[in-house]
Design a protein around this ligand. Structure first.
Ligand code: ADP
Ligand code: ADP
Length: 227
């Protein structure tokens, strides 16, 4: 059964069609990359899943349940946008901890500490946890932002170009880390990128989106060997 399903989703902004009858299935536990050029409708797809945009028509299903009328906070998905919303004056630890302090995700303190410790280790930021986020490098900040998403228990992670601000070397390093995290957590992930190298490196499956439609879906091998 699909964790995330979009059925014939249409979304327009004025005269611009962002999603044109989009069909998408993301299976439980898989790392699914949505790959397409700028303006193809990737971010709109994520926002629609998260409930930040409402489809003009069509349906969004999470674990088979129609999300019509379900508020973003009640959808159980965790999202990371390109512009990372961090608290610059708070420590990296507090930035990671804040989602776990909200009523919806509150965890017992010991469990929260353990979760934060594990995520920090996976992301290679254990030694930075006491530092204010405003004094970290770009790459370090991006790790904290990712950590903030990955730390909360969620039925799916929605990641919007999370590596786009990094230089090539860091990007490659973090790809490997993301893969490791996926292997450990097995949480369904919908990952948006315009970078085919990234999609091929990360995706269990890849969906190619163009002009608001999925034009191709397959495993890495299936997509790779397309002429
Ligand atoms: P992508 O993430 O693939 O770059 P988007 O989902 O952001 O694509 O955008 C899809 C289309 O919808 C683009 O043509 C974009 O300009 C348009 N669009 C997205 N958001 C808005 C908005 N808030 N207002 C008007 N047009 C928008
Ligand atoms: P949750 O989203 O689960 O309630 P968060 O701690 O992530 O928990 O967010 C709490 C609120 O603080 C949200 O409304 C979020 O948008 C907001 N927020 C998060 N980061 C910042 C920031 N850097 N500046 C201002 N508001 C923020």
């Amino acid at each position: 059964k699909a964790t995330i399903a979009l059925r014939g989703v249409h979304k327009t902004y004025g005269r611009t069609t962002a999603l044109d009858g989009l069909e998408l299935d993301v299976r439980e536990g898989e790392f699914f990359c949505l790959l397409g050029p700028s303006g193809a409708g990737k971010t709109t797809t994520l926002k629609t899943v998260a409930g930040l945009e409402l489809p003009d028509s069509g349906a969004v299903l999470l674990d088979g349940a129609d999300m019509k009328g379900v508020e973003p906070y009640d959808r159980g998905v965790a999202m990371c946008f390109e512009s990372y919303a961090l608290y610059p004056h708070k420590s990296a630890y507090d930035n990671l901890a804040s989602p776990l302090r909200s009523p919806r995700h509150r965890l017992p303190a010991a469990e929260a500490r353990e979760r934060i410790g594990a995520i920090a280790e996976l992301l290679g930021i254990s030694a930075l946890l006491d530092r204010p986020v405003g004094r970290l490098s770009n790459g370090q900040r991006q790790r904290v932002a990712l950590g903030r998403v990955l730390v909360r228990p969620a039925r799916a992670f929605l990641l919007d170009e999370p590596l786009s601000h990094l230089d090539a070397k860091l990007r490659q390093q973090m790809r490997a880390e993301l893969k490791a995290i996926g292997a450990v957590q097995h949480t369904t992930t919908l990952y948006v990128t315009h970078d085919s190298v990234e999609a091929l490196a990360l995706g269990d499956r890849i969906g190619v989106i163009r002009e608001g439609r999925i034009v191709q879906t397959g495993t890495r091998e299936e997509i790779w060997y397309q002429p």
